[in-house]
Design a protein around this ligand. Structure first.
Ligand code: PMP
Length: 433
C-alpha cells in the first residue's frame, strides 16, 4: 500500500499550483499526484509508484500508454511532417479509407477535429446546414462538452453553472434505474422515448434540426438504455424531418466491443461523433456521416471554410489514429473488450445485492459504471463514498475515474481481475466505515 502523495509528487504538485489553475477535474485537484510515464495498462508517478490505469487516461489511452507500435509509427511520422492545415496528407487519406471500412455502412465522409466539444459543435453545424434549422433536441443525464452550445444541450450541473445557456428541447433519457415515469421495462413500452413526440412539439415553435444523444451515457454515469430505445427515438425524430446524431466521443472506438456503441442498438444515425480513444492519447476527433449531409452548405461547401479548424486532421494525430486501428486489428481488441465485458458482468453483476451502498451496476465491453447510493429505497446518490473509494484504490495501485471502470482495451484478464479485487475491497472498507 502506498503512502500518497510521495515526496516528489507532493513538491512538484505544490509548485505547479502557482502556474496552473484548478478546476481541471475534481480528483486531480484533490489528490496531489504527478505522473511521469506510462507503459501499457500501467502509469507511474514521480516517486515511482505504479498504478493500473482503470480510466485509460480519460478513456483516451485505448491501446494503453506508449504502445510500441504507436511509438514507432509516430517516430516515423515525426521525421516527415507534423502539420500542414486542411490539405490532404497520405495519412489522413489512409485513415479515411480505413474508417469507411470499420464503421457501419452509410458512413463515407469525415471532418477532423481535436476536442470533443468542438467536434459536437461541428456535427450540429453540419445538421443545421443540411436542414436549414437551428433548434436542437438532446437528452437528460447527458454530457456533450463545456462550450456554450454543448453545455446547453447537456444536463450536467457543472457546465450549467457558467450561466445562461441557449434554449434546447430536452427529452427523457431511457434511464431504467431512475425511470422518470416510475415504470419497469419492458412493461413501460418505452414511455420515456414515446414522450419525445410531445416534448418536441412543446419544446419550441421552431423546427428542430436534429436530436443528439449518447448511445450509452458516459460522464453522467454509464447508463445503458434498452436495446430498442434508439431505433424508436430515430423513428419519432425522422417523422419530423430531424436528423439523428449519435455523440460517441466517449463510447466509440471499440470501448463497448463494437467500433461504435450504436451498432448494438440496430439504428444508423445520420451523423456520428467519435474520437476519445482514436489517437490512443493524441487528440484526434471525427464527425462522420454521409457525404450528402456533411457536404451541405455552408458546413461542407467547397471553398467556404465552414468545417475548418487549425489542428484537425494533422499529420501526427492521424498517424496515431492509423496506428491505433492497426493495433486494434492485430491484437483483436474488440474481441478482448467483448470477452472481458462478460467477465466484468459475471464479477460485479451481484454487487447491488452484495453491498449496501451499490445501487446499480451497468455496462458493456470495457465500459462499466457503478452507481452508489446512500439508501437503496430513496436512491439518493452517494458522491462522498466514491471519493473515499477512489483514494483507497489509488493507495493500492489502481487509478479510476470515480463511478467508472474503463481500462485500456489492451488490458489482460489477470490485470482486470486484480483491479476489480482492489475496487471490491475498497467498496467493502468504505461501506464498513
Ligand atoms: N461528448 C461526450 C459524449 C463526452 O463524453 C465528452 C467528454 N467527456 C465530450 C463530448 C467533450 O469532449 P472534450 O472534453 O474533448 O471537449
Amino acid at each position: 500500500m502506498y503512502n500518497l502523495p510521495g515526496p516528489k509528487s507532493s513538491e512538484l504538485w505544490d509548485l505547479d499550483q502557482n502556474y496552473v489553475i484548478a478546476g481541471r477535474s475534481n480528483i486531480a485537484d484533490k489528490v496531489h499526484l504527478v505522473f511521469e510515464r506510462g507503459k501499457g495498462v500501467k502509469i507511474y508517478d514521480t516517486d515511482g509508484n505504479e498504478y493500473l490505469d482503470f480510466s485509460a487516461g480519460i478513456l483516451t489511452a485505448c491501446t494503453g500508454h506508449c504502445h510500441p507500435h504507436l511509438v514507432k509509427k509516430l517516430q516515423e511520422q515525426l521525421e516527415k511532417l507534423w502539420h500542414v492545415y486542411a490539405f490532404p496528407t497520405p495519412q489522413r487519406h489512409e485513415l479515411c479509407r480505413q474508417l469507411t471500412e470499420i464503421t457501419p455502412e452509410g458512413i463515407d465522409t469525415f471532418a477532423f477535429y481535436c476536442e470533443g466539444s468542438i467536434t459536437v459543435e461541428a456535427a450540429l453545424r453540419a445538421a443545421s446546414s443540411y436542414t436549414k434549422s437551428w433548434a436542437y433536441a438532446a437528452m437528460t443525464h447527458s454530457y456533450h462538452g463545456r462550450t456554450l452550445l454543448t453545455r446547453s444541450l447537456g444536463t450536467h450541473l457543472l457546465p450549467k453553472k457558467f450561466g445562461p445557456t441557449v434554449s434546447a428541447t430536452h427529452l427523457h433519457y431511457p434511464y431504467c434505474y431512475r425511470c422518470p415515469f416510475k415504470m419497469k421495462y419492458p412493461q413501460c413500452s418505452l414511455a420515456c422515448i414515446e414522450s419525445a413526440g410531445d416534448l418536441l412539439q412543446s419544446g419550441t415553435t421552431e423546427k428542430h434540426a436534429a436530436v443528439i444523444f449518447e448511445p450509452i451515457v458516459g460522464a453522467g454515469g454509464i447508463i445503458v438504455p434498452p436495446q430498442d430505445a434508439w431505433k424508436r427515438l430515430a423513428e419519432i425524430c425522422r417523422e419530423k424531418d430531424m436528423l439523428v446524431i449519435a455523440d460517441e466521443v466517449l463510447t466509440g472506438v471499440g470501448r463497448t466491443g463494437k467500433f461504435l456503441a450504436i451498432e448494438h442498438f440496430g439504428v444508423k444515425p445520420d451523423i456520428t461523433t467519435f474520437g476519445k480513444g482514436l489517437g490512443s492519447g493524441f487528440p484526434v476527433m471525427v464527425v462522420a456521416g454521409k457525404k450528402e449531409i456533411l457536404s451541405a452548405s455552408p458546413f461542407g461547401e467547397a471553398g467556404g471554410g465552414g468545417s475548418s479548424t487549425s489542428f484537425g486532421g494533422n499529420a501526427l494525430s492521424t498517424a496515431a489514429a492509423l496506428g491505433t486501428i492497426e493495433v486494434m486489428e492485430q491484437e483483436k481488441l474488440l474481441d478482448n473488450a467483448t470477452r472481458l465485458g462478460e467477465e466484468i458482468k459475471q464479477r460485479i453483476g451481484d454487487w447491488p445485492e452484495k453491498f449496501r451502498i451499490v445501487g446499480d451496476v451497468r455496462g458493456m465491453g470495457l465500459l462499466w459504471g457503478i452507481e452508489l447510493v446512500k439508501d437503496k429505497k430513496t436512491k439518493e446518490p452517494d458522491q462522498n463514498s466514491w471519493e473515499s473509494i477512489y483514494e483507497i484504490c489509488l493507495s493500492n495501485g489502481v487509478r479510476l475515474v470515480p463511478n467508472r471502470i474503463c481500462p485500456p482495451l489492451t488490458i489482460t484478464a489477470e490485470q482486470l481481475h486484480h483491479g476489480l479485487d482492489i475496487i471490491e475491497d475498497a467498496i467493502r472498507k468504505v461501506e464498513r466505515a
